[in-house]
Design a binder for this molecule. Structure first.
Ligand code: ADP
Length: 652
């Protein structure tokens, strides 16, 4: 059977950039008139998916949103979640977001704080008021006096960071792109390239109404009178790439490592607020836009998290950043040519003894005849698939690949995070593997969250005896999602989604179960996965010798599976060491993660304070570091930030 193209489906025909990148990579666009409903590999929406779309997801399909992420992408939900984390983890850890009040509910609390600050502070205190579900700067105003606070919808009033770092007198913020590849286990990548968004008039606290001086949204500033003017160091327009910003920092002899580490921490700590309540969905990937403001003391502040960061190309900086970003995101999705076969991988083979596979795979697979069917698959000896070809990649992509190869990462394309025990399938079933297996094992979604109890609960006598006997085998468990394209749409559609603080509402409106851990794929998915695994095993039975682990992860000597360090310009920021990997493998241990994060940051800060330490302290410190780096040797972790990021262990 010839390999087929991968097929993408764009909701409402956008975003155009995603279409362009995918077509360039040899994908085909879904056409409802010509293809069956399920005949696609990637469904991209600006807005949230319905829960049924998550439930009916097939193994070769991916969605561009996880479910239930609105807990950080809507301003009021984010404020509430951060407040909750402040209460449980300490306000010093969660002090990266300006204090916020959700009005009208928090009006009394706001009033108390307002009075307290105005009485205590010698200098002025400023506030910013933002509608909770609007984006692109719409409806925002800044005020000093409470009598200027007027609102007619739900808003958040936030402490205004009134001493921002300025470049030639202009305010700016950073748009950081973050990809959550998986929430279970938590796997996070931050893109090295991003955007710096400038205000187009000089910052001035005596003109609070001048939005061109106080807001950094492109949608506002491109309408300003000075957008096209050459503005000292800033130049024309209102955007820089993050690389250009780094050059600026170097030219100012500013130490950027600590800044990037702090931004990493913000990303991780923000995601921790919702991670335990997001259902597991290994076939989903989500791109978030984190907006970060840096103040005059070089402290980064989180302003908001964007659900579907804009992928429109307004200027050169957009082109330089967003095309590579989308391409790297597709790489993170781990498609292989077997995904291009879609259901034909199950239909058209000479599967003579496994009769039910001749029929429409989809309808057959939805029949509850699994005991007999799966058993037949397992006994069949005849089925073979041709060797799989690598997917077509653009020249640009190839260059990027060589860059990452040169970087020494063990990167291969395949589906998401992983069942640590999957390799046991091969060893315990005494199956030898070929090169072809390596490509095909994507089918048994190596990134899938697995759960032994699920297998044990659902396997019945007669169903794949070796599966049943082998208690170490785990089967994929997939969960639900949500998402969009313009930021505004995203937030609005997010309204249909559920705040993680209100799981009971979530259950009612979307059918999600209360806990991420308890959420299970619909039966069809589990059975499909079983079938896939059988196909895989059988094909592998022609093969050579020992089992090898899936190639998109590194397996440590202790059996832990580490996601790739770098995919294109995406740098893995979580897990960032062995302890954080362990703390996120099963039930996310937020406390341990926070502890590790603090340790890592402290190490980065410590060299500066080393000068004041006496010799003995220095020796002890050195000894500890050596021991820790020995321990960490199987777990490489990069700093995100510098253009050629050093390993964390090297930069201490
Ligand atoms: P939107 O979703 O409408 O873009 P944001 O929260 O991102 O809303 O705010 C828009 C802009 O306002 C930001 O890009 C930033 O320039 C400015 N801003 C927002 N909050 C603050 C704040 N607390 N302190 C200083 N500036 C802020």
């Amino acid at each position: 059977m010839a390999a087929s193209s991968l097929v993408f489906r764009l909701h409402d025909r956008g975003p155009e950039l995603v279409r362009e990148v995918l077509l360039e990579r040899g994908w085909e666009e879904y056409d409802g008139g010509e293809r069956e409903e399920k005949d696609w590999n990637l469904y991209w929406r600006g807005s949230a998916f319905r829960s049924s779309e998550y439930h009916n997801l097939l193994p070769w399909q991916r969605l561009n949103h996880h479910p239930k992420t609105i807990g950080i992408t809507r301003k009021d939900f984010l404020a509430r979640n951060l407040r909750r984390m402040r209460a449980t983890c300490g306000s010093s850890l969660y002090d990266f977001s300006p204090n916020a009040f959700i009005l009208p509910n928090d009006y009394t609390r706001f009033l108390t704080e307002y009075k307290k600050l105005h009485a205590a502070s010698g200098s002025s205190v400023f506030w910013i008021c933002k509608p909770v579900d609007l984006s692109r700067g719409r409806g925002i105003f800044i005020f000093e006096d409470i009598k200027d606070l007027v609102y007619d919808c739900s808003v958040i009033v936030q402490r205004y960071v009134s001493d921002p770092l300025l470049i030639s007198g202009y305010k700016f913020d950073l748009r950081i792109y973050v990809c959550v590849k998986s929430f279970h286990p938590l796997t996070v990548y931050v893109h090295q390239e991003g955007l710096v968004r400038f205000a187009t008039e000089k910052y001035n606290l005596s003109s609070l109404h001048n939005l061109y001086a106080h807001l950094t949204n492109t949608s506002i500033n491109k309408l300003g009178p000075f957008y096209k003017t050459q503005k000292e160091r800033v130049g024309q327009g209102c955007k820089w790439t993050l690389s250009k910003f780094r050059h600026f920092l170097h030219s100012q002899h500013m130490d950027e490592l600590l800044l990037w580490q702090r931004i990493n921490n913000i990303v991780t700590l923000t995601l921790l607020t919702i991670a335990p309540s997001v259902p597991s969905c290994p076939n989903c990937v989500e791109l978030f836009g984190f907006d970060i403001l840096i103040d005059a003391n070089f402290k980064p502040w989180l302003l908001e998290v964007n659900y579907s960061p804009a992928l429109t190309l307004d200027c050169q900086a957009d082109i330089a950043v967003k095309k590579g970003l989308v391409s790297d995101l597709i790489d993170l999705m781990n498609y292989t040519s077997a995904d291009g076969l879609r259901e034909r991988a199950y239909q058209n083979h000479e599967c003579k003894s496994s009769c039910t596979l001749h029929k429409s795979a989809l309808s057959a697979l939805q029949e509850p005849h699994l005991q007999r069917t799966t058993g037949n698959i397992q006994s069949s000896q005849t089925r073979t698939l041709p060797p799989l070809k690598p997917l077509h990649r653009s020249k640009n992509v190839n260059q990027r690949q060589s860059r990452r190869d040169a970087f020494g990462t063990n990167y291969h394309r395949r589906l998401p995070p992983v069942d640590l025990n999957r390799s046991k399938v091969f060893t315990t079933t005494a199956v030898n593997r070929t090169h072809a297996d390596k490509t095909l094992n994507l089918i048994f979604d190596p990134q899938s969250r697995t759960n032994e109890s699920v297998v044990n609960r659902h396997l019945r006598p007669g169903l794949v005896p070796w599966l049943k006997d082998n208690r170490s085998l785990h089967v994929s468990e997939v969960s639900n999602p949500d998402s969009i394209e313009t930021e505004a749409e995203g937030k609005l559609s997010g309204m249909s989604d559920v705040c993680s603080r209100k799981p009971e509402i979530a259950q009612r409106t979307t059918g999600f179960r209360r806990s991420a851990v308890s959420w299970k794929l619909p039966n069809i998915y589990r059975y499909l996965t079983l079938r896939y695994s059988c196909v895989f095993i059988r094909i592998g039975s022609h093969a050579s010798t020992a089992a090898t682990p899936p190639s998109d992860v590194t397996t440590t000597t202790t059996g832990q599976r580490v996601p790739p360090l770098r995919v294109g310009d995406f740098i893995r920021t979580f897990p960032f060491n062995r302890a954080s990997l362990k703390a996120s493998q099963h039930k996310l241990d937020v406390k341990s993660v926070v502890h590790e994060l603090q340790k890592t940051t402290a190490r980065l800060i410590s060299p500066q304070s080393d000068k004041t330490k006496n010799r003995r302290e220095e020796e002890e410190e050195e000894e500890r570091r050596t021991m820790e780096s020995d321990h960490e040797e199987e777990f490489d972790s990069l700093f995100w930030g510098p253009t050629d990021p050093p390993f964390i262990s090297q930069s201490r």
